[in-house]
Ligand binder design. Structure first.
Ligand code: UGA
Length: 449
């Protein structure tokens, strides 16, 4: 919404939320403290806020005043009830559709921006339609058109992705509504990059794009394990296959598995929908992408234990990076969570460093407050502010997020404060492995046989 406001100064954009604390944070004077850390976002918000970008808790008034409403709420995986663990929880989509139905005035275009199961627009249309029949169709009440406009930005590169998207996708049935939305993007996106489809294709394209991207990561991670077993190097293999123009070089980095709020959620949702439609083999095919990802994370934790003489109980391990990728403070489904949990289970003492993730978030993710070694030999964790501090007295350094600063560490300094024999486990292969080796560390890198 900030980028729309930036590129379309003649359009008033109001972002509304029930959460007053969050809205206050978006309105805060210090732009470096916005609720989401995203490179470049502070500058865009700084340019537009108060001009044509507003943050408010006045949800009803904003809906009433709007010509177009973007539904951009959470659709997490259901944790209980029908489809628990796989289906998307649509309660917030339904609640916001009902609120739009109750508050809209005049003709309102309702845009699904959240990632949704295919055919959700049917439910949104039904809710909006029911309000029409209740209000009486005397011509004075609101009318609606529903569009699907999924978002393809990636965290960390969101502003660039939005300013120069590969494509914008608009699904719908109402030509007037489609052109109204296309007109907004048309202010900065070339016409051939604005794709129009039917509603269901648009909804399904979003799930499919994420499924294909995640599948590439599981594919390369499966080959990484095979490289480790055979003496091949996954980066050489990735380069060799990536130069085939049909395969392409992107998204072939082996690592600790994909995290983030989307890939796993969207694939599980796809799996659930396939089963719903009786497509068991299709469901099982995609389910394996998630299974491989989970396996990769457990595999890395197991490997650390094995290399450290089969036990990490009471051992200090430095963990570099907790966010699910670099340049974000987001930890949702971060591979670091599962790897750290496995090591805590083994009784390790973790010392975690992340440039953007704080103690409260880590405590929530690990379901454990920071502490020293438990008296029962159970694991504990604490935060450190530098890699050197974390590594002091440690048996191993684990690199889990590819923050640029972890590529430039002083391995001589780190090696000299660790307990010997000392290990570097580089799950992203972004540390300077030769410098670490030169400093006397034993090195394991993902996908290096
Ligand atoms: C992903 C998609 O890339 C976006 O197109 C999509 O809009 C978004 O989900 C969404 O549905 O909201 P995001 O999760 O922000 O974006 O980040 P990615 O760059 O896709 O990374 C996802 C995970 O895959 C990270 O944990 C990353 O470290 C991992 N990854 C990525 C690899 O392990 N190897 C790679 O080569 C690329």
């Amino acid at each position: 919404m900030a980028v729309i406001a930036d590129r379309c100064p003649q359009i008033q954009v109001t972002v509304v939320d029930l959460n007053a604390e969050r809205i206050a944070a978006w309105n805060g004077a210090d732009l470096s403290k916005l609720p989401v850390y995203e490179p470049g976002l502070d500058a865009v918000v700084g340019r537009c806020r108060g001009r044509n970008l507003h943050f408010s808790t006045a949800v009803e008034a904003a809906i009433a005043a709007a010509d177009m409403v973007f539904l951009s709420v959470n659709t997490p995986t259901k944790t209980k009830g029908l489809g628990a663990g796989q289906a998307s929880d649509l309660r917030w989509i339904e609640a916001s559709a009902r609120q739009v139905a109750a508050c809209a005035k005049g003709h309102t275009i309702v845009v699904e921006k959240s990632t949704l199961p295919v055919r959700t627009a049917e439910a949104v249309q039904a809710i909006l339609g029911a309000s029409l029949s209740q209000g009486g169709s005397d011509g004075a009440g609101p009318t609606f058109a529903v569009l699907s406009n999924p978002e393809f930005l990636a965290e960390g590169t969101a502003i660039a992705d939005l300013e120069n998207p590969d494509r914008v996708l608009i699904g719908g049935e109402d030509p007037g509504a489609i052109e109204a939305l296309a007109g907004i993007y048309g202010h900065w996106v070339a016409p051939e990059r604005i794709l129009r489809t039917n509603l269901w294709s648009s909804e399904l394209s979003k799930l499919t794009a994420n499924a294909f991207l995640a599948q590439r990561i599981s594919s390369i991670n499966s080959i990484a394990a095979f490289c480790e077993a055979t003496g091949a190097d996954v980066r050489e293999v990735a380069r060799a296959i990536g130069t085939d123009s049909r395969i392409g070089p992107k998204f072939l980095k082996a690592g600790p598995g994909f995290g983030g709020s989307c890939f796993q959620k969207d694939i599980l949702n796809l799996v659930y929908l396939c089963r719903h439609y009786g497509l068991e083999e299709v469901a099982a095919y995609w389910e394996q992408v998630v299974a491989l990802n989970t396996w990769q994370q457990h595999r890395i934790a197991r490997l650390v234990v094995t290399k450290l003489f089969g036990t990490v109980t009471g051992k200090r391990l430095a963990v570099l990076g907790f966010a699910f990728k670099a340049d974000t403070n987001d930890t949702r489904e971060s591979p670091a969570i599962r790897i750290c949990q496995d090591l805590l289970e083994e009784g390790a003492q973790l010392v975690i460093v992340d440039p953007k993730v704080g103690e409260a978030q880590i405590a929530k993710d690990l379901a454990q407050a920071p502490s020293g070694q438990g008296s029962d030999g159970g694991g504990g964790w604490q935060l450190a502010s530098t890699a050197l501090e974390a590594a002091t007295g440690a048996d191993a350094v684990l690199l889990l997020t590819e923050w640029a600063e972890f590529g430039e560490l002083d391995w001589d300094g780190i090696g000299s404060v660790m307990r010997q024999p000392a290990w570097l486990f580089d799950a992203r292969a972004t540390a300077d492995a030769s410098a670490a080796r030169a400093a006397g560390l034993k090195v394991w890198r993902v996908g290096e046989g």
